[in-house]
Design a protein around this ligand. Structure first.
Ligand code: SF4
Length: 344
């Protein structure tokens, strides 16, 4: 199985900047960015990030605010905060070098079992298997596992299987090949079985319709939350923004003053007086949807829920780490801001 898979991978792997030069830091950054985000959305962010932060040291020396500017639009901002923290840990504890030691690496902020195995195998050749959504799909079809992979006990079985199949000589390539196969051939819909290097050993292809695996449990409907935002300008026409608290959704990012609730109460909480009719826009997160009504307002926002209040010029906002909902709300109010790809 490993020989067929690696032969296929050597022939057809996609060109990615972190593959051209698999330095531990590059691999690590790419793996963090790729969580929940598609490769084509990540490449531009990755290139800009590595140019600005070529080493853990350079990230550790940078402010979280600046980092958020490079991350804004990728979504899942806890990843960026953890990477910043982990870069500081690498400088303090490991002399600025990414540790080639799974135990030490796993102890860093934001490094879980998957990230540890991916970075240690790809960058250092450690024989550690990875398991992500793509690998689960390939394994469930290969071995015809018709159990819900979201259950902890079933997930453990997948980890065991991934470990058992791993090629110890080329662990990094094997892991990347499994993920690549899931992303490009063994796709959720219409898998390209006739192009698959594993077709002769795949139970799902021989016995059932592979599309039925892995077992999918229907997603819960996302709740729709009404948000009210205020667009208020200071005397020099700069726009009042607030910094969201570190913990929670869009944590640590700058945002329009925005709270949940109905208009009157919400704007009163923010200490803002509406001056005009609102513009509405919708923003979807993975687990909820925000319907945002943005009112042109007067006043300086205050709210106990925010960490900081500051006015920024539009030119500054363009480079600021601003969450997706605020970007959309500003745009719908006619403020010209760049579009970003990716989640969040
Ligand atoms: S044969 Fe088809 S279902 Fe089986 S692993 Fe390959 S692409 Fe997936």
């Amino acid at each position: 199985m490993s020989r067929s898979l690696l032969k296929w991978y050597d022939r057809s792997n996609r060109d990615m900047p972190w593959r051209r030069n698999p330095l531990p830091w590059w691999v690590w950054v790419s793996e963090i960015m790729l969580q929940q985000t598609r490769v084509d959305s990540v490449i531009g962010y990755f290139n800009r990030f590595i140019e600005r932060y070529p080493s853990p040291q350079s990230l550790a020396e940078s402010s979280l605010d600046e980092l958020m500017g490079y991350w804004a639009g990728l979504g899942y901002y806890a990843r960026a905060r953890n990477l910043h923290k982990a870069a500081n840990q690498v400088v303090d504890l490991h002399g600025g070098r990414v540790p080639n030691d799974p135990e030490k690496f796993r102890a860093l902020a934001g490094v879980g079992r998957y990230t540890c195995a991916a970075v240690q195998s790809i960058a250092f050749g450690e024989p550690m298997a990875v398991l992500d959504g793509n690998v689960i799909r390939v394994l469930s079809r290969l071995e015809r596992i018709d159990k819900n992979p979201k259950l902890a006990t079933v997930k453990d079985q997948f980890w065991t299987l991934a470990d058992a199949l791993l090629d110890h000589e080329r662990a990094g390539d094997f892991n990347q090949a499994m993920m690549e196969l899931g992303a490009t051939v063994c796709t959720p819909k219409k898998p390209k079985c006739l192009l698959c290097p594993l077709m002769d050993m795949c139970r799902a292809r021989q016995e059932i319709d592979p599309e039925t695996l892995p077992i999918r449990v229907p997603k819960k409907k996302r709740p729709v939350i009404q948000m009210v935002a205020g667009l208020s300008t200071a005397e020099d026409d700069s726009i009042w923004l607030v910094r969201r608290p570190e913990k929670g959704l869009l944590g640590g990012l700058w945002s329009l003053p925005m709270v949940q609730g109905d208009t009157h109460d919400a704007l009163e909480t923010l200490n803002l007086n509406p001056q005009d009719a609102c513009q509405t826009v919708r923003h979807g997160f993975t687990h909820q949807i925000w319907d945002i009504s943005t009112y042109p307002c007067e006043g300086k926002p205050i709210c106990a829920n925010f960490d900081e209040v500051r006015a920024f010029k539009v030119s500054e906002i363009k480079t600021l780490g601003l969450g997706g909902p605020s970007l959309k709300a500003l745009r719908v109010c006619g403020i010209d801001l760049p579009r970003r790809r990716g989640a969040g």
